[in-house]
Design a binder for this molecule. Sequence first.
Ligand code: GLN
Length: 189
Amino acid sequence: MRIAILALQGAFEEHQKMLDSLGVESFLIRKLSDWQQPKDGLILPGGESTAMLRIMNDEGLLEPIQKEINDGLAVFGTCAGMILLAKEVENDSRNRLATMDITVLRNAYGRQLGSFFVNENFKGIGEVPMTFIRAPYITKAKENVEILSSHDGHIVAARQGKQLAISFHPELNEDRRIHEYFIKMVKGE
Ligand code: GLN
């Protein structure tokens, strides 16, 4: 199994370390020729969605990635990655991958003081540590979207088929269970 990690900006290295520790091979995507390698899944890291989208457009990555996700490639978006996947963003009208039937609010907890840590229940896993950094949350999800976790009445993790979107940063804690969950999704388990 080989997992692609979008590495234009943000916390991509931490995802790669997490996959290394699970014994899963990965490679970084910076340009179109990187993307054209065979892959079984994709991770979209946290960072700054506006910067990522600008580079994805400049590098001609947006449409090829969008097509493979729509064709069934497993994808895991954390924080800014969730924003890239959302069909609607309440406070941003930029072009994005828009493959998942969710509406999100960017910087939903405030721009500066919006970083915090909680332990919260995640469906099928149990209580997991969650680090939020200027995070979005999901304000609406279609009925084909499964809600996996909520915090303070807001949806912070959801799945639609082989797409997984999470508001927080599981790659910043020692707990590997959410990455394991994604690897099972990739395998179709
Ligand atoms: N606030 C960022 C954005 O809008 C997301 C923050 C993050 O990924 N930690 O893209």
